[in-house]
Design a protein around this ligand. Structure first.
Ligand code: ZN
Length: 501
């Protein structure tokens, strides 16, 4: 993954140290200067400039707004897992039961899971997933696992019937400084288990893994996870630990309960120390190694302050806990529900650490609460998290980023638009989806005025929390709540509904 594209090529802004070629990390938002895309020799450059108008004669069709009655499911899946992690073998053996209702408004003949831990990024480093058995409603089912796509076939589940899927699997964790990988004594388990894919108007969403960002798309549900591992492991996880761990010889079994979350992540290290504080009623726990101890206070301060700030500006953080964990990733930070990974590999400045914590915490609102299809509409979480970071940094007033000169790239483009153009596209992805997107939201704040902007954001939060938002939803809610026609605003900022239709 990291060898494929030289990451340093993507350093494009003045504050280059911030970038570290990262997928998940916030792009510096204070850029006052006009941002230039690095031209990569050999990459595709169009021979002629095609105007935006020609590409999209009517970028935002008016009067054709779809209702909210679109298909989206299976909703509210209920996961029960019993997994064992052996840190000598770096292996997870587990069983999982997922219960849901067939709310797809048709007979369910097949079913898909995304198995992100089986992506090439991980298999070529020795990781990967084996699925041993799948049962649907107690009957063994046919299935195929091809890269990240697990397809369960031969089903005939009537509309609205309850469904129970059971599987057993082995997950080999690669040695990698990544959101999924082990490094020294630290184990990062992001996107590690087979997760139910989402069915919407486009059908099942089983998009490819995107190593420079996210292609995740899952609906909120509940998790009850029993994790057995060496008893000395110090564990951070989505949800809240229930009761005390049960110790058997050298092993301990922990149980975690999480409600209304769209994923379940774990981070552990026997050398972790924990420092906690409160943001109102929310307990913020910082997990850090001795090496990262000097950043513990900064992580805790930013964790608490950003929860308070975003709760006030966007809507209340609803879960009882947030875990901020230190690790040594190649990226800046990575968001999971109630758990954010902060990479301290390059011995960063304290201010940088606070900004990254604020960015990843912003994702608790934009991804965790207000969900989106991160492959089709990545701006709906990354631009908003970068805006949140600038809000925390008090640098909104200096946000002024120009879009890429190349009109091919839109703020509303799917990930595939960027990856289709190789390295140049990845470069443009960071520029567009992080920097220009945050700048666009700040332009919207100025267009509507502070008071109206945050009122509208709160309405967006209220309608879409625990759900899935689309670009269409965002525009509609901004227009309805402000009473303004914002079609030219979004068109001028390269936000086109046609990108998703
Ligand atoms: Zn982000």
């Amino acid at each position: 993954m990291m060898g494929k594209i030289p990451l340093r090529r993507f350093l494009m802004l003045g504050t280059a140290a911030l970038l570290i070629g990262s997928a998940f990390l916030p792009v510096p938002t204070r850029a006052k200067e006009k941002t230039e895309i690095t031209k990569v020799p050999g990459a595709y450059h169009p021979s002629s400039q095609v105007g935006i108008k020609e590409l999209h004669p009517s970028p935002i069709p008016r009067g054709k707004a779809k209702s909210n009655s679109k298909i989206l499911g299976p909703s509210n899946p209920d996961y029960t897992m019993d997994v064992r992690y052996n840190s000598k073998k770096h292996r997870i053996d587990g069983t999982m039961t997922v219960r849901f209702q067939n709310d797809l408004n048709k007979k369910m003949k097949d079913l898909w899971f995304n198995v992100w831990a089986n992506a090439e990024s991980f298999t070529k480093q020795g990781g990967g997933v084996q699925i041993h058995q799948v049962k649907v409603d107690e009957y063994p089912s046919d299935f195929t696992l091809k890269e990240t796509r697990l397809h369960i076939t031969g089903l005939a589940i009537p509309k609205n019937d309850p469904v129970k899927v059971q599987m057993s699997f082995t997950v080999q964790v690669p040695e990698a400084r990544d959101r999924f990988g082990w490094d020294g004594t630290t184990v990062s388990l992001g996107n590690w288990f087979p997760i139910l894919a989402t069915y919407d108007d486009e059908g099942w969403n089983v998009d490819p893994y995107f190593p420079y960002g996210e292609s995740f798309y899952s609906l909120t549900g509940d998790f009850d996870v029993r994790l057995t591992t060496e008893k000395e492991q110090v564990i951070a996880a989505t949800g809240t630990e229930k009761g005390k761990p049960k110790v058997y010889g050298k092993w301990a079994t922990h149980r975690y309960i999480a409600k209304n979350v769209r994923d379940f992540a774990i981070e552990m290290d026997p050398t972790y120390k924990v420092k906690s504080g409160m943001a109102g009623k929310v307990k913020v726990n910082v997990y850090y190694t001795d090496k990262h101890a000097k950043f513990a206070d900064a992580m805790l301060e930013s964790g608490i302050d950003s929860i308070n700030l975003f709760s006030k500006k966007f809507g209340k953080y609803p879960w009882p806990e947030l875990d901020v964990v230190s690790m040594e990733g190649w990226f800046g930070g990575m968001e999971y529900p109630q758990l954010i990974m902060i990479s301290l590999h390059e011995d960063p400045k304290e201010e940088w650490v606070k900004s990254v914590v604020a960015h990843e915490n912003g994702h608790q609102w934009f991804y965790g609460l207000i969900g989106n299809n991160e492959y089709d509409e990545p701006w709906l979480d990354e631009s908003f998290a970068t805006f949140s970071e600038a809000l925390y940094d008090k640098s909104l007033d200096s946000l002024s980023v120009s879009p890429p000169e190349e009109p091919y790239y839109h703020l509303s483009s799917p990930v595939s638009t960027f990856t289709a153009r190789g390295e140049q596209g990845i470069n443009a992805y960071y520029h567009m989806i992080y920097s220009y997107g945050a700048s666009t939201l700040n332009d919207l704040r100025m267009e509507l005025g502070n008071r109206q902007f945050y009122q509208s954001m709160q309405a967006y939060f209220k309608e879409k929390r625990y759900g899935i938002a689309t670009t269409r939803d965002f525009i509609r809610i901004m227009e309805e709540t402000s009473g303004q026609d914002l079609s030219s605003f979004f068109r001028n900022h390269r936000v086109y509904l046609t990108d998703q239709e």
